[in-house]
Design a binder for this molecule. Structure first.
Ligand SMILES: C[S@@+](CC[C@H](N)C(=O)[O-])C[C@H]1O[C@@H](n2cnc3c(N)ncnc32)[C@H](O)[C@@H]1O
Length: 226
């Protein structure tokens, strides 16, 4: 039986998404009713590279490395990670509320140098596995994090849910416990969020938590080690 994702907040019910330019020249979506963006307005690409690739992927020694992304959204973090060619990557991303095709097509058109990869990612069937580059294996799953089950644990979790203000149910102790269970010992959980309550939930779930300097426009971010 497929369970419904537990969260059903404004950002997911509301379909209005506006493509907006961020400060590094890359684009993101803005949800006016929730006053929430999919990425930092100081730079979508810059945030993805800094938070998830530099502080997440590159902090892991695992090779091959298994990555789980919570919140595929536009697929930006997938596109950015396909460019990391130093080791084999097995990437699974979760998205219970995919962005509608017309909007995704707008976003793909905004990708100057990697539109072709972005298109391939969105053209794939849900639950199919594909080799997107010789080093990069990919699967997207249309489930929320609490519904997702696996026997193969991960080395890194890119935790890229909407912020705790709009989706508090994704930052609870229960969700952090689930992330803990999905990681290998020594596995890394990383997010742009720096909220004290999230840090305490991660600690209560069993993680060792670090506060790191954030990407431009953000003072701090969190990284947690199992
Ligand atoms: C901040 S956006 C993700 C940005 C994305 N990583 C990108 O690069 O575009 C958060 C995403 O999490 C998704 N989401 C919502 N509930 C979720 C859940 N229970 N599990 C996983 N993802 C969820 C939302 O639909 C949304 O696409």
């Amino acid at each position: 039986m497929v369970r419904k994702p537990m969260n059903n907040s404004t950002v997911n019910k509301n379909r209005t998404r506006e493509l907006v330019l961020t400060e590094d020249g890359s684009f993101t979506f803005f949800i006016p009713e929730a006053e929430e963006t999919y990425h930092s307005i100081h730079g979508a690409d810059q945030e993805g590279k800094f938070v998830f690739i530099e502080q997440g992927l590159r902090a892991s020694n695992a090779s091959p490395v298994r990555i789980l992304e919570v919140g595929m959204g536009t697929g930006l973090n997938v596109v950015l990670t396909t460019k990391e060619s130093s080791r084999l990557v097995d990437y699974v991303t979760l998205e219970p509320f995919p962005i509608e095709e017309a909007k995704i097509n707008e976003w793909i058109l905004s990708r100057v140098s990697d539109a072709e990869m972005a298109q391939r990612i969105h053209d794939m069937e849900w639950d199919a596995t594909a080799q997107l580059t010789p080093q990069f294996q990919f699967r997207k799953v249309k489930l929320g994090v609490m519904e997702f089950q696996t026997t193969a644990l991960f080395d890194v979790i890119y935790f890229d849910a909407f912020g705790p203000k709009v989706e508090p149910e994704l930052w609870t102790l229960e969700v952090m416990q689930k992330c803990f269970d999905l990681l290998q010992p020594g596995g890394i959980w990383v997010s742009y969020c720096a909220k004290g309550e999230v840090r305490r939930n991660l600690q209560a779930a069993g993680f060792k938590v670090e506060r790191l300097p954030g990407p431009p426009g953000k003072r701090e971010m969190l990284r947690a080690i199992k």
